[in-house]
Design a protein around this ligand. Structure first.
Ligand SMILES: [Zn+2]
Ligand SMILES: [Zn+2]
Length: 353
């Protein structure tokens, strides 16, 4: 079968690899659509980050070259020994977390905090940029009738946003500001809306992305190169500040502005992964009892996200900006995202010939 494998920075190859067989407890999936994620792009430009390059991943036992693609949907075509509850032809999406099941976090059910945390499609063992893949049946979720495979491929990035909103303990009727309107920022806007936010403010420099933010449901879209964001937020909230801020841009200035924009006793959720450190005077939190929280991946949210997408409380289909074939993945996928990043939210890849 054909698969896209990461060899090195700027070196992803579509090549022939052996078709996987489902091991005990696994199902084999014929991949329908797989999304290219911001972290895939990071691996392409600046990797390896999650990809095990020198030493094999402790759970999968594999190292580069590895098959990429962790946001995908498909159809069950084979069922491994001991698997119950699945039949051939089931339409599914994969929750791609690879966890050890034995560390203290795993034993508490917080599998996204596993000491050996990995992702199917980054850490070895297969992935969605391939005609077929196999994965543990316990991490495979069925799609409801009426949900398209395209929508199925968007469950994973939306799950990141829904988990972030849950981490922020958002209550219905609260207000939120979202820094950054890339795929995750836009998903957070949609997830905050679905959680019952009364007002969502988006902050984004790129014009095209500000348009997406408006379309996806932000009430106010601010260009930080043209307005003072903290002053504008005070104006929009009658001098109170927002209840919650979500930081998805990963730059020091947005972190500081996030803290600045929330009301006393408000919360900032950091959703982005950082390339370097940021400086923050702790008094900004101490004297106002503000909270600063992190969030990584998701846990126990896939069924909720599937329901939110199925009944269009989150309209995931509007995130899709291009659909390509696996053979085009480097030129029209990764390179397109490098050169025309602002034009895209999500590029979907079909590995089927
Ligand atoms: Zn991702
Ligand atoms: Zn673990």
């Amino acid at each position: 079968m054909k698969a896209a494998r990461w060899y090195n920075r700027r070196d992803i190859r579509v090549e022939e690899v052996p078709e996987p067989r489902p091991k005990k407890g696994e199902v084999k999936i014929k991949v329908a659509w797989a999304g290219i994620c911001g972290s895939d792009l990071h691996e392409y430009l600046a990797g390896p980050i999650f990809i095990p390059a020198g030493t094999p991943h402790p759970i999968t036992g594999e190292k580069a070259p590895v098959i990429m693609g962790h946001e995908f949907s498909g159809e069950v075509v084979e069922i491994g020994e001991g698997v119950e509850g699945f039949t051939k032809g089931d339409r599914v999406a994969v929750e791609p977390i690879v966890a050890c099941g034995a560390c203290p976090s795993c034993r508490q059910g917080k599998y996204n905090l596993c000491v050996h945390l990995g992702f199917h499609g980054l850490s070895g063992g297969g992935g969605g940029f391939a005609e077929y893949t196999t994965f543990s049946a316990g991490m495979v979720h069925k799609l409801p009738p009426g949900m398209t495979f395209e929508e199925g491929a968007l469950i994973e990035p939306v799950a990141v946003a829904v988990h972030a909103v849950r981490r922020g303990k958002m209550l219905e009727g609260e207000s939120a500001i979202v820094f950054g309107a890339g795929p995750i920022g836009l998903s957070v806007i949609a997830a905050a809306r679905a959680a019952g936010a009364r007002q969502v403010i988006s902050v984004e420099m790129a014009e095209k992305r500000r348009e997406f933010a408006r379309k996806i449901g932000a009430d106010h879209v601010l260009n930080p190169t043209q307005v003072k964001v903290n002053e504008e937020v005070l104006r929009l909230t009658d001098g109170r500040g927002v209840d919650l801020a979500f930081e998805t841009a990963g730059v020091p200035v947005t972190l500081l502005t996030s803290v600045d924009c929330i009301r006393p006793d408000g919360r900032v959720v950091i959703v982005s992964i950082w390339e370097k450190s940021a400086e923050l005077n702790p008094n900004l939190l101490v004297l106002t009892e503000k909270e600063l929280l992190g969030t990584i991946g998701y846990r126990d949210v896939f069924p909720a996200v599937i329901a939110l997408i199925a009944d269009k409380r989150i309209d995931a289909s509007q995130f899709i900006t291009a659909k390509i074939k696996l053979d085009q993945i480097v030129k029209d996928g990764f390179e397109e995202l490098v050169n025309n990043k602002d034009k895209h939210v999500k590029i979907l890849v079909s590995p089927q010939p």
